[in-house]
Every structure is written in C-alpha cells, then in structure tokens.
Write a protein that binds this ligand. Structure first.
Ligand code: SF4
Length: 430
C-alpha cells in the first residue's frame, strides 16, 4: 500500500512542472509557435493536482472524486478540490505506462473481471495501491455503463469513504434533465453539506457557475474555429479545451487557459493563418475514445497523411447553452444538462441518437472519414458497430473500426494501431 497520491505528485513535480518551461522556451520544430499553448495546458494540470494535494491535508476542505455524468462546479462551490476519476488514467498513460499496467493488474487481482472497462480496473487498482487521494469522497451516477455501475459499489465496499449514487435518466429531454436536477437538489447538496460541514452558499454557487459560463463561451468559440479549413491548432491541442473544461469548469485558472486557446485560434482565423505545419488533406471524426497511450498519434497522422482529427464525438457539452444563473433550480438544471451530456454520458441513451450526434459532428466539422474505436470492455460502442457501419455505407462515409483498449497498449500496440491507420489512409482514402 503506497502513500496517497504520492506517484501522482512525483510525476507532477518531476515531469509536468519542468515541461511547462520546456514547452514555452524549447518547443521542438515544427510546433514552436504553439509552445505557449502547450505550456498553459501543462500548467493547468499542475495547478489541479497541487490543489488536490493541498486539499488532502487541509481540514477545512475535501477532495471530490466524481465520474462522468457530473461536472466540477458543485464541488468547487463547496470548497472541494475536484478530480474527475475517469480522466485520471490518462495522467499515467501519458507519463508512465508501467504504473498503468500495475494498477490494472491490481484491480484484476482484487477480483474485478478483465471484461470490465480498463478505466474502472485502473481506478480500483489505484485505490488498492493507495494512490487515490485521501480526505476524499465519491459521487457517481448510473451513467454511462455497466462497468461504472459495478465498480463504484466495489470501491465503496473496499474503502470506508462516503459515496453518493445518482440515477441518470436514460432519456434525453427536458423532463429527464429536471429529474436529474431534482436529485442534485435533494441528494447531492445535502450530501455535500454533510461531507464538507458547510451550508450551501447560493452566492458562492452562482459565482462558480458564472465563472464556468465564461469558460464555456471560450470552449464553444474554440470549437467553432475547428470548422474552418484548414483548422487552427494541431490534433492534440484540439483535444485540450474540452478536457480542461470538464476537469476545472468554474475555476478562474481554467477560464484563463481556455481564453488563451480560443483567442489564439480566433486570431489565426482572422489573420488567415490557420494552416499548421502540415497540409490538411483529410478530416477524420474520431468517434468514441481516442487512444491515450500514443500521445504523438495525431501529429503522426497529420504529417504522414495530412489527416486532421478535428473533433471527437464525445465533446458534446460544447453544443449546450450556458447555465442560467437566475435561481438555484435553473443552475441545477444547467449542471444536470452538462453532466448528462458530458463525454461518455452520452453512451447511456439509445445508439440511434449517438449515431445522429456523430453524423451532425461529421457535417459540422466537414469531415471526410470516420475512425470508430471499438474499446474492449465498452459494450455500448462495440454493440453499435453494425448500425454505424450501415449508416456510413448508406451515406458513403469511409469508416475505420479499430479494436483496442484506449488505456492499455497491450491489447493493441502503438505500432499495430498505426499500421491499421496507415492501411486505411493509403488504400481507402488515397
Ligand atoms: S469507455 Fe465505455 S465501458 Fe468504459 S467507462 Fe466509458 S462508457 Fe463505460
């Protein structure tokens, strides 16, 4: 059993922090002019993990461990340091794969089946190994999938840690959102009052939501610039805004980072300087999760095939409205929309809507092909393969299905992943 959050902070101190200066001052060619954006994204991560480490030893604060289906704003309003657990594996897949293997295996040794999503095996393994932050609590929901529904009760049984379960509606309409918002009001707020020892401060709540609305505007703005041909920023940078938003919406630092990204992208559009170092010849919509263990994959696709991954189909919150701050009810309804629309949460409703959402993104971002992840352990996306194939065939959309584990390169290695992509772009697309 290790010390809570020790490895995370060792990587933060020893790897991420030095990267900030390296990105800013020594960004390698041909990405020199984007170095300050990479540096800002790295600094945002450092701030988040330092805040969590600080909250672990601060008696007046708690660490909020939450999953997709929720957003950071309610936790920030109660003075907590939020960590979206489903994003936690990426921190290690991008920095230390040995730890990823160790935690996944620890989860399996603890009895979690290997058919369960690697995200959840990783989280349970991290808990077994004592890496999850201390002074914490869990908030989860029935969204998006069986893997999460089975894993959080296991975590609760294994560790004496407060946990709240919310029921995410299957439907996708106003009534469903109101149902979810009523649980935020009747269950989440009393739970947060109990675990933090603080009463809801409606002014502070509104302040956090207002801040997240500013971040949201920048998120929408930067996503809009990706519709321009060629698109500003490279594929990896285009993943950053949504990830930053779901990790820190409501935090002023998050707003500043998103502002920097959106203003840089808008300036490039205005000045007609959206062309990156490589000529854009194709635009791929990446449907479902992207492999997180190959950080240079998008850059490689751009250089080798002129293939830009413009948008992944999970960035759905960027199509929502800002949150109405008129009343507690309106704010909770806005939070419910964002939570239910966040990344994998959209996997909870019927496949037809997921496909329609993907087709809309395909049109909006003027793509000419799709890459669809078949993430092992994800029944939802693997089960949708036949329907997606048919829809793409009917519309003459070239599509590549890739079976992999997006956290674990032992299922499909980086080399074999790239080889499939190469075959697709040199045969089907050329
Ligand atoms: S990838 Fe699929 S199985 Fe894994 S957490 Fe997301 S929805 Fe669940």
């Amino acid at each position: 059993m290790g010390t809570n959050f020790q490895r995370t902070m060792e990587i933060t101190e020893g790897f991420l922090k030095p990267m900030i200066d390296a990105f800013r001052d020594e960004m390698p060619a041909p990405f020199e002019e984007f170095g300050h954006l990479y540096a800002a994204a790295a600094a945002e991560n450092v701030d988040r993990y330092e805040d969590i480490a600080g909250a672990m030893t601060d008696e007046s604060r708690r660490v909020a461990l939450f999953e997709f289906g929720l957003v950071p704003q309610p936790f920030l309003a109660f003075g907590c340091a939020p960590l979206c657990l489903e994003t936690y594996p990426f921190f290690f897949t991008r920095t230390n794969m040995e730890t990823v293997y160790e935690f996944i295996e620890a989860g399996e040794s603890a009895g979690v089946s290997s058919e369960t999503c690697s995200t959840d095996r990783f989280i349970i393994g991290a808990a077994v190994k004592g890496e999850l932050p201390g002074n914490s609590f869990f908030v989860t929901s029935s969204s998006p999938c069986d893997s999460t529904r089975i894993s959080y009760p296991i975590l609760q049984k294994m560790f004496e840690c407060p946990m709240l379960y919310l029921d995410a509606p299957f439907r996708y309409d106003r009534e469903a959102v109101r149902y979810y918002a009523s649980q935020l009001k009747e269950q989440l707020i009393p739970f947060l009052e109990t675990v933090t020892g603080r009463k809801l401060d409606i002014d502070r709540f509104r302040e956090v939501i207002t801040e997240s609305n500013k971040a949201y505007e920048h998120l929408v703005d930067v996503h809009d610039t990706y519709k321009v041909l060629p698109a500003p920023h490279n594929g990896f940078l285009r993943l950053v805004p949504f990830f930053i938003y779901i990790s820190g919406a409501g935090n002023p630092g998050t707003t500043r980072t998103l502002k920097l990204l959106s203003e840089d992208a808008a300036r490039r559009v205005k000045e007609g300087r959206t062309q990156g170092p490589f000529e854009e010849r194709h635009r791929a919509l990446w449907v479902h999760v992207t492999p997180t263990f190959d950080i240079e994959l998008f850059g490689w696709m751009e250089e080798r095939f002129g293939a830009m991954v413009v948008s992944n189909s999970l960035s759905s919150s960027a199509i929502l409205e800002p949150i109405d701050t008129t009343s507690l009810d309106s704010m909770l309804e806005g939070i419910a929309w964002q939570g239910l629309d966040m990344t994998m949460s959209i996997m909870r409703y019927d496949t037809e809507k997921l496909i329609q959402f993907s087709l809309n993104a395909y049109e909006d971002y003027r793509c000419d092909c799709m890459i669809v992840t078949q993430h092992v352990g994800c029944n939802s996306i693997c089960g949708a393969q036949g329907m997606i194939r048919k829809v793409c065939r009917d519309r003459d959309i070239p599509v590549l299905f890739i079976e992999l584990d997006y956290n674990d390169d032992r299922v499909l290695s980086k080399e074999r992943l790239r080889s499939q992509i190469e075959d697709f772009f040199t045969t089907v697309m050329d």
